[in-house]
Design a protein around this ligand. Structure first.
Ligand SMILES: Cc1cc2nc3c(=O)[nH]c(=O)nc-3n(C[C@H](O)[C@H](O)[C@H](O)COP(=O)(O)O)c2cc1C
Length: 409
């Protein structure tokens, strides 16, 4: 009995590194009560583009569970940046709902970040203001195939200026409704990533060719967002360490991209990986998402396309804890800004390792969907490990009307 008690006590010893996760920290002046941030997870619950009470309750649960900052996934910066009509885009029409939602989360003691997204050339949004979605170059719009939106068009220089303005205006709006931080999406094959990637950017002008040219738009966007929110407001960015496709961005590019963003004044970099349309499984690792996606996909045509593309697109990457650690460490060594780790962080052992490796904050995706009170649980038990099984069925719930959730617990 005495031995059991001693074991329990020694098991519940928090090292100095692990303890740091649970102590307050600052992100460009923003006080966070611990180092855990909820990663963007396409929450849904925005039917017709309007944030709902269900979305507020979802983030409220995370807030009550002790997360320092939650992220509203994919806040499109303009109507044409939406993947579908049920995603919200940043405009005055949803100001009352967003203001109320953020106020409620603040009252629950949690800060709120908004992920600024633009889909660029892949979209199935039927409310587009243009004939086709716009990307860096003319090409296939894989996501729109089943909806008869087969192609995307190349942005003109004027379109590019408009896009920069859209990011600026969205950032201004987001600050006005109470967001504490914005996270620009530079990864996962979305609009800015399409410009950054030699796989999707075939331009011959100053926005294509060398990495410097391909980074011109993302850096202009960063500058415009910074100008909108001011120097003392946290602006972070999410990148893909690799796209995981031949001819796409790779780990060496990610180091240079991070250095450019750092020099451009970003406050923190979130290091993810993969692309949603070409190689999504790198982002997650674990069980293949294809079977679950086939179950929830409503369009028979899209299901057929997914079956045909499956073997190429949904490659398998077995789950292991901290699957991006080695590559993310390279970025840690190359930049001075905050480093925000994401990807398979789901136990106190991992959190401790991340602190030892010099990461400043930890984003949590699936482990928080399964254990919404993860920060509280982990803070009470030194040997805490999330019950998430990495079955990845939550990924397919993106398509469901009741929003993203863990299917197991
Ligand atoms: C259901 C689900 C939805 C996601 N949606 C987004 C999203 O909207 N934006 C984004 O950048 N990443 C998204 N991701 C990726 C996560 O933010 C995160 O990078 C990934 O899940 C790896 O972290 P984890 O191991 O902690 O889950 C999503 C992940 C899941 C599981």
């Amino acid at each position: 009995m005495v031995n059991d008690m001693q074991n329990m006590q020694s098991n519940n010893t928090f090292s100095a590194d692990l303890s740091r996760c649970f102590l307050p920290a600052k992100l460009n002046g923003l006080s966070l009560k611990n180092r855990f941030i909820k990663a963007g997870t396409f929450e849904g619950m925005t039917a017709g583009g309007i944030p709902t009470q269900a979305l507020q309750d979802f983030h409220g649960k995370m807030a009550d569970g002790g997360i320092a900052m939650t992220t509203l996934g994919y806040c499109a910066v303009e109507n044409d940046g939406r993947i579908n009509e049920d995603m919200m885009y940043m405009h005055e029409g949803i100001s009352p709902q967003l203001t109320a939602l953020i106020k409620d989360l603040h009252q629950r003691g949690t800060k709120v970040s908004g992920q600024m997204g633009h889909c660029g050339g892949f979209s199935k949004n039927k409310q587009l203001s243009k004939r086709r979605p716009l990307g860096p170059s003319f090409g296939l719009n894989a996501l729109g195939l089943a909806d008869g939106m087969f192609f995307c068009d190349k942005m003109t220089l004027k379109d590019i200026d408009n896009l920069v303005q859209a990011y600026h205006d969205a950032a201004l709006f987001m600050k006005s409704v109470g967001f504490d931080c914005v996270e620009i999406h530079f990864g996962h094959g979305y609009g800015l990533c399409q410009f950054m990637s030699p796989k999707t950017n075939k331009r011959k002008d100053e926005y294509g060719g060398s990495l410097e040219n391909r980074m011109r738009l993302p850096l202009r966007v960063l500058k415009a967002v910074r100008a909108a929110v001011g120097d003392d407001f946290p602006v972070i960015g999410k990148i893909s360490l690799t796209e995981g496709v031949r001819g796409g961005l790779d780990y060496d590019d990610a180091v240079k991209i991070s250095q450019m963003l750092d020099a451009g004044g970003i406050d923190g970099i979130v290091t993810s990986g993969g692309t949603s349309t070409m190689n999504p499984m790198i982002m997650f690792h674990g069980d293949n998402i294809l079977p679950a996606m086939l179950k929830t996909e409503k369009s028979p045509m899209m299901r057929l396309i997914m079956r045909l593309a499956g073997p190429f697109m949904f490659r398998s990457y077995p789950y292991k804890e901290l699957y991006f650690l080695q590559q993310a460490k390279r970025i840690r060594e190359a930049v001075n800004c905050n480093m925000i780790y994401v990807g398979g962080a789901s136990s106190n052992e991992s959190f401790e390792l991340l602190m030892q490796a010099g990461f400043d904050f930890i984003q949590l995706g699936r482990s928080l969907l399964s254990d919404w009170d993860l920060p509280t649980q982990a803070g009470n038990n030194a040997t805490y490990k999330s019950r998430c099984l990495h079955c990845n069925e939550c990924v397919a719930t993106i398509e469901l009307d009741d929003g993203v959730h863990c299917t197991r617990f």
